[in-house]
Design a protein around this ligand. Structure first.
Ligand code: ADP
Length: 363
């Protein structure tokens, strides 16, 4: 507000300065001309007349100038004051605050960007509140399980057998997984995840992941197919993070594919990128859910996913990791009951020849 008050006096001052300079210039010019053109006996009279006329003109110009600058000040300051007041209200936590958009082009642009910024802040605040609610909700389920077991043990309703303790351990592990996932999520979203870039063969990583998940596939098929010539598919990325992404994708494919289903991990390449397509013949994803599955805690079928132990943030983490490695992750599905395909793209090593050091580290 102090700045706006200063601006008001600066505008009025500038206007007055123009009037003073104008009057002085006119007076100087008139006196010089009079000294050359008017006979000496009339000079004093003419100069007095000119001085009088200039005084009247100066007073009129000052009056008009003052009025004009006050109108200008009002036109500029009112919207600026409104924006200043609104920003103070937003700073105090009223994120629904918006300003009226004025008619003048420049101030309209300022007010429009201010309103856009306020809308983004409001959205971020809503996401923050939703995130806290989701985290509390996710923590409550395993905590309630552990509490139930402990109460049962204290009241001797549940037998203190190794099986009971194994069930409790299962709930504790679920809690730990969720806490670990939340920590990773906060790091990847803040761009603080540490990545160790190397050049490696994507086929090896994909085969390793498939071999690791294979024991979980009791009655169905899980296979790796490599399209194109039989030679290394060299990518430039973090191999551990790539394994983490693929474990999530293949793990999900197993979880959401009923018995006798098939999961295929297909590798291919184009000019710049290598591609891993994790395709399943499982429950599929309805078109209306497809845009949201990479959002934190989004689940197409919340009860089904939660009971199977998923944290609901695996895909969010996976996509952020893919982005951090210069790649991408997206999903396709023809609809419910028709399977899904998750496509991970990573930069090919050959496309990055100008990378300065062979083992780039990013924190
Ligand atoms: P979750 O731990 O719940 O699996 P994710 O972030 O890994 O969390 O996945 C988010 C949601 O996306 C899942 O709850 C599920 O609804 C859907 N989803 C993920 N993978 C598949 C898949 N292969 N087939 C069908 N739906 C899937």
């Amino acid at each position: 507000m102090q700045i706006l008050r200063q601006l008001r006096w600066q505008i009025v001052g500038a206007q007055m300065l123009v009037v003073v300079v104008g009057v002085l210039t006119l007076s100087l010019t008139a006196n010089t001309l009079a000294a050359r053109a008017v006979p000496p006996d009339l000079l004093l009279t003419v100069q007095a007349q000119v001085g009088k006329a200039l005084l009247i003109a100066a007073l009129a110009a000052t009056g008009v100038g003052l009025m004009a600058s006050l109108l200008l000040v009002r036109a500029i300051l009112r919207p600026l004051q409104a924006i200043a007041r609104s920003s103070q209200r937003i700073a105090a936590g009223r994120y629904d605050e918006r300003v009226a958009v004025p008619a003048s082009d420049e101030l309209r642009a300022v007010a429009t960007s201010f309103n856009q910024m306020a809308a983004v802040l409001e959205q971020v605040e809503q996401q923050r509140v939703a995130m806290i609610g989701n985290v509390a909700h996710e923590l409550r389920t395993p905590l309630a399980g552990i509490e139930g077991y402990l109460e049962g043990l204290v009241d001797a309703i549940i037998p203190s057998t190794p099986e009971t303790f194994r069930d409790m351990q299962h709930e504790v592990r679920r809690l730990r997984r969720l806490v670990d996932d939340l920590q990773t999520l906060s790091r990847v979203e803040a761009g603080q995840v540490s990545l160790h870039f190397t050049t490696f063969d994507l086929r090896d990583v994909a085969r390793r992941v498939v071999a690791q998940i294979q024991p979980q596939v009791l009655d169905g098929c899980l296979e790796t197919i490599v399209d194109g010539p039989d030679r290394p598919l060299l990518v430039r990325a973090d191999p551990d993070r790539t394994v983490q992404i693929l474990l999530n994708l293949v793990g999900n494919a197993v979880r959401y594919t009923p018995e006798h289903g098939c999961i295929t991990v297909r590798l291919a390449t184009d000019a710049q990128m290598a591609e891993v397509r994790v395709q399943d013949t499982g429950i599929g994803i309805p078109p209306e859910a497809l845009p949201y599955i990479f959002e934190r805690f989004y689940r197409v079928d919340p009860s089904r996913s939660r009971s199977s132990g998923g944290s609901g943030i695996g895909l969010t983490i996976a996509r952020h990791l893919a982005w951090a490695m210069g790649g991408d992750l997206h999903a396709e599905s023809p609809g419910r009951g028709h399977g899904s395909t998750f496509i991970l793209r990573l930069p090919l090593a050959e496309g990055l020849e100008d990378t300065p050091s062979p083992d780039r580290h990013q924190a």
